[in-house]
Design a protein around this ligand. Sequence first.
Ligand SMILES: Cc1ncc(COP(=O)(O)O)c(C=O)c1O
Length: 402
Amino acid sequence: MTTSSELIEISERRSAHNYHPLPVVIHEAHGAWVTDVEGKRYLDFLSGYSSLNFGHGNPKIIEAAQEQLKNLTLTSRAFYHDQFAQFCAGLGDLTGKDMILPMNTGAEAVETAIKVARKWGYQVKGVAPEQATIIVMEDNFHGRTTTIISFSTDPDAHDEFGPYTPGFKVVKYGSAEAIREAIDANTVAVLVEPIQGEAGVLVPPDGYLTQVRELCTENNVLMIADEIQSGLGRTGKTFAVEHEGVVPDIYVLGKALGGGVVPVSAIAADQDVLGVIQPGQHGSTFGGNPLACAVGNAVIEILNTGEFQARATQLGEIMHAKLRELIGHGVVTVRGRGLWAGVDIDPSLATGREVSKRLMERGVLAKDTHGSTIRLAPPIVISEEDMLWALGQLAEVIATIR
Ligand SMILES: Cc1ncc(COP(=O)(O)O)c(C=O)c1O
């Protein structure tokens, strides 16, 4: 059997260096635990950036996928298939929206929302041709396409990939005033992450999302909530906007919608918005395929029980209480909501990567972001006992570096 170090050496030599993974080679996983090729077990505290909210190999999701694999995997959207109607109706009901447009990756769903908002701007709002603008936030993360990175404020994501797509205005995240100042007659949408995940799990000030909603309504502008990472149970609600009782015009969903099995993304909106799209104007060969819809249907069924949302709330309270104990003892700040946290390590002690590496050596897989921050987002199926064990490992790592 090939060893981890051999596999890492080949991977580094034969793949583009667009990621900087921790040196662990995973072979299998169940629930919240993963096992590497040497048989060492680790507790997953990242969940594929919230794609594995329902756990690795969730039995309901795997069963749905296996059943569907036997029957039908792809038709393209040239034909209907028997999983599609349930997926669109089910996701429409979950979001409270009339219509769904399914895609595959998160970035594609964001692109879809951008296109729909622009089309809506020209057809419904009456913006002059080519003049539509979308307000976006500093430190946003919405994916890696050339249009999306055009409005990224992260130099790594943005620089030397131009020429860039015009039509975006970047404003400070968390400031409704900044949006108010940026809105003009050509504004068609405000695109916002209810919690900025990649930026380090940044939670905006209380009332911010409500103000964004009000500003959008007053100015006939679409509110687009990118819930790709914050949605589907992670924060203790189906959607993070629910913490403020806010309903956006467009939900952008991905990651956990595919149950950690296949890429499934979608946008959800009402007929007056999504109805602007006509045949031939947008699509994807794999978007809304039978396997994706069968998996998505299992995910929607799971979410409809509310069990995972409640569990994320309950475990999240315990996790945040434990993390808060570390503040002033090597940890500067802890942010987050539900079973999701960004932990800023005192930068004079260690980088987030160093902490993540030490956690890995102790059997916990987490990931750093932006220097001294680590993100914690275990699968929501994790047991309280396992979670407390991993948080104990974090406390010990921090104690040893102090
Ligand atoms: C909020 C948000 N939007 C969009 C994306 C892009 O999703 P994908 O990597 O599936 O394209 C991500 C991925 O991390 C995300 O966190």
